[in-house]
Each structure stands twice: as C-alpha cells, then as structure tokens.
Design a protein around this ligand. Sequence first.
Ligand SMILES: O=C(O)C1=C[C@@H](OP(=O)(O)O)[C@@H](O)[C@H](O)C1
Ligand SMILES: C=C(OP(=O)(O)O)C(=O)O
Length: 407
Amino acid sequence: MNLEISNTKKHLSGNIKITGSKSESNRLLILRALYPNLEINNLSNSDDTHYLQKALKSEDELIDIHHAGTAMRFLTAYFATVEGREVVLTGSKRMKERPVKLLVDALKTMGADISYENNEGYPPIRIKGRKLEAKTVSLEANISSQYISALMLTAPSLPNGLEINLEGTITSTPYIKMTLELLQRAGISGTFEGNTIKIEPAKQLKNLTLAVESDWSSASYYYSLAAISESAELKLSTYRETSLQGDSCLAEIYKQFGVTTKFEHDYIILEKLPGGKPKKIKENLQNAPDIAQTIAVTCLALNVPCYLTGLHTLKIKETDRLEALKAEIEKFGSKVTVTQDSLELFPEEEFLENVSVATYNDHRMAMAFAPLGLKVPFEIEDAGVVSKSYPGFWEDFQKLNFEIKKC
Ligand SMILES: O=C(O)C1=C[C@@H](OP(=O)(O)O)[C@@H](O)[C@H](O)C1
Ligand SMILES: C=C(OP(=O)(O)O)C(=O)O
C-alpha cells in the first residue's frame, strides 16, 4: 500500500493515545513466561509484541518471529533454558541478515545447545533447551544491547542467577538499565556497576501487576510534527516523567526546536509557539538510536544542518538505516554524507517535488518521513510497515488533519 500524504494546516492540535512501549512489553512477556503469576497492563499492540506472544504460546518446532529483533534475541536465550524443548527460530529475509553470534557464543559458553541451520552467526537457529548451570558469562557490549538484555531476562530462572561481564564500550545503555529496573520492579535482585551485571536467582515472584508506559520512540514522530509546524499543542498519553525508556531524551533534544514538554497527571503536552529555529543540531545518539531517523527528517524539513553521531548500531537494524536515510533524503534535493557511525545533513532550502519515499521494510523510515508532509506533499511506499511498532500510526496522523490517500 502506497500513500500520498500532505498537511496544509498551520496549527496542529489533538489528543493521541499511544500504545505501550514495545521494549518494555517484550521484556515483561519473557518474564511472564518464566513467572506466570506476573500480570501486565498496557501491552504494546505492535506486530513485534504479537509475534513474541505467539512464539511463547506455540508448541510447534518452527517459530517465525518475522522482523522482530528483540523477540529473536530474547527468545534465543529463553528457549536455550527450557529443558526438553527443541525449536528452530527463524524470521524475515532481513532477520536472517541480523547477527546473533555474540549471544549464541555467550550462551554456548554457559552450556547451551544451539546450532545454525544455514549461515554461521545468523538465524535460523536450532535450539535444544537444557538446564544451564553456569554462573558467569562474558560478551562484547558494543554491537547490540539486546544480547545483554536477553541474558539478563533469563538469568533469574537459572539455579545460580548470572554474572555478566561486559567487554568494550557499552552501547544503547538505557535499554540495559530498563531491563534491570523491570527485573527489580518484579522483585528480582540485580545490580549493574561498571562493566558487571549481577542477577540473583528467583524461584517465584509475588503476585503483582506491572504497567507498561506508552512508547517514547512512537512519541518522537509527534515531537517532529510539533517542531515542523508553525504552532502546535499535542497531548500524548500515557507517559510518566521518570521513564525507563532512553528515548524520553526527546523532551530535552526537541527544546532546541522550540518544542516544550509539560508532564501532567499521566500524559504529556507538547507545545510549539511560532518562532525561530536552531542554526545546527549536533547529537550523539548512542543511547537513543531509534530516534535518529526522526531527528534527521525534522532537520531536513526545517532546513537545519545536522550532525548525528553514535549511530554504529543503525547498520544492523530493520535495514541499513544510514544508507536508507541518505538515499531517501537526497530524493528531496538535500545532501547527506554517512560513515559507519554518523550522518551529516546539508539541507537545501527548496524541496524537490513528486518524490516517492521507499521504506525498506522499516517502520521507522515510514514514520520518520511522515511529518515532512507539513512542508511538501509526497508518496510513502509500502506504508503498512508501520505495524511493526505502531499499527494505528496513519489513523492517528489523520486525526491531526493529515490528508492520506491510497495511490
Ligand atoms: O532492547 C530493546 O528493546 C532495544 C534495543 C535497541 O537495540 P540495540 O541495542 O541493538 O541498539 C533498540 O534499537 C531496539 O529498538 C530496542
Ligand atoms: C531496531 C528496532 O527493533 P528490533 O531491533 O527489535 O527489530 C526498532 O524498533 O527500531
């Protein structure tokens, strides 16, 4: 499904209820599989969360988690510990190109039985669950934090818990802290100090319900809209001032674009008043890689040069997001240079018209470009990709007077 999108409104206002964080939801689902008396509120309605739930209920040998990276990594560690269960974990064409070797190697040193069905280091993988008695494990921490969260989530179910020693620079740290904090909220003891994470064993949990906060990565598209609009007042729910999600740094970053965030009861109000714009945006996004595309497109729309660093993990996500951003931004006439871990935008004042933006099976390509419709009408290809994290995205944009036509 391709969509033509545009919006000629000068002022944006509306109330949007955003689905639960997919990162928090996927962690809590693994915990609930290990400790069934845990209850969860406000679960994400994303495809990724849906495929994880389906996988956890499945009795089949072949389990397909489509594009869901966290689900692939979390289930690898989970199934490695389910004694007597044998599964083959597979996914989309792109999933078969997303590496799992560091996690598989770490689990193997703990005694896991995992083999590759096709290419060494990549899904599909065959896992024969068994009891893991190791007490410690080491792994490189600069490729993906998802490997570390995967080990942490299954750690309390091991007889000895687990000490995880992180080697090298730690990337996407807020996601590791989110995992630890959720374990602690569930009543499991753990620490993360320096390069060492320790998770204590837990036989069972007290009966309790944990609530998932709404998704901050999804909120980023409204920050971008507010920044690009002449003026805006957008209410987004349900959010808290002390979030577990690293992407809540949006509130600080978008101040540079004149967008203020008011935290009220269980929602936020984004306000943008007519006024100036920044000369240049410079951000290191090592702790918040998922909002890189949003910020790059905000800058494109406002004709603001930007230099984003800390982007080394973007090359192994749903697509190579650095190359995809370069190709699609340049269709509008601006220039982009990328390295292995950075992106620099040299914007042009005028936008080329009749552009069709390709989305590379990446939800965030579609959602990050959408706010640009405030400046220039264009087409988005395969717009249904948004369902990976935010199935109601286009309906919610329509509530803000976006004209969205199938073409
Ligand atoms: O643990 C998580 O929920 C996630 C961790 C991040 O991945 P990396 O650690 O691979 O950067 C992030 O990009 C992804 O969307 C979700
Ligand atoms: C990278 C992402 O997800 P995953 O790695 O879980 O596929 C994302 O949602 O931007």
